[in-house]
Design a protein around this ligand. Structure first.
Ligand code: C5P
Length: 232
């Protein structure tokens, strides 16, 4: 069977996971949410007291970086279920809902700047991607994890659209938040993801750039399917 890798990168709220799931379902591919892996390390770091909410979380000191790297290396992260009922396990504990909390989003973007954390998770992602046809969603999939991916997409949208999507998503999960707080979180995460030293978020030269601001998920999906068929 052909083994195809489709990379989807872009900032928070650009539609990567919504579209990635639809695309995986249509292609009969495995959907791999790499953000969930960084979130899991952040959640564990928070629970173990490596990241402390009562301190300014940045900059991390070398000892924290070493502890977070150790967590990334030692935690068995499992992504299970079909694309629409994705479950995330950390050493067999179901962390699917805890990793979506807004503070975990923020910590994930801090933790993901640690080189040791990235190399541990990237190694795992490469193993997952070797298992079959995959749709992998993240920030550095087309640039670093799978630079030879068969098709690469870079999804983007305006800050307003991305804020609105994140806000609705959080409200639907029962998370208390305001639009303004959500907008600040999105901007803060953009700043970290675009500016970190290791594998910053950027479009790979050969990635197809799509602005999803004014498109429905179905419209984005149709565009991507036709581009994929054209390329393969
Ligand atoms: O995609 P999601 O919002 O779940 O990702 C959470 C955070 O994890 C991002 O803000 C980013 O800092 C980090 N991340 C990353 N590289 C990836 C996926 C996520 O640095 N491939």
């Amino acid at each position: 069977t052909p083994h195809i890798v489709i990379a989807i990168d872009g900032p928070a709220g650009a539609g990567k996971s919504t579209i990635g799931k639809l695309l995986a379902a249509r292609l009969g591919a495995l959907y791999i949410d790499t953000g969930a892996m960084y979130r899991t390390v952040a959640l564990k770091g928070f629970r173990l007291g490596v990241i402390r909410p009562d301190h300014p979380p940045e900059p991390l000191i070398p000892e924290q970086e070493a502890q977070l790297t150790q967590i990334a290396q030692a935690t068995e992260i499992t992504l299970a279920g079909d694309p629409f009922h994705l479950q995330v396990f950390a050493d067999r504990e179901d962390v699917s809902s805890d990793i979506r909390l807004p503070e975990v989003s923020r910590y994930a973007s801090i933790v993901s700047a640690v080189a040791g954390v990235r190399s541990a998770l990237v190694a795992q992602q490469r193993r997952m991607g070797a298992e079959g046809t995959v749709v992998m969603d993240g920030r550095d999939i087309g640039t670093h994890v799978f630079p030879d991916a068969d098709v690469k997409f870079f999804l983007d949208a305006s800050v307003e659209t991305r804020t609105e999507r994140r806000y609705n998503e959080q409200r639907a999960r029962g998370i208390e938040c305001t639009r303004e707080q959500t907008r600040l979180d999105v901007l803060e995460r953009d700043r970290r993801d675009y500016n970190r030293a290791v594998s910053p978020l950027r479009r790979a030269d050969d990635a197809i750039w799509l602005d999803t601001s004014t498109l429905s998920p179905e419209q984005v999906l149709e565009k991507m399917l036709s581009l994929i068929h054209h390329r393969l």
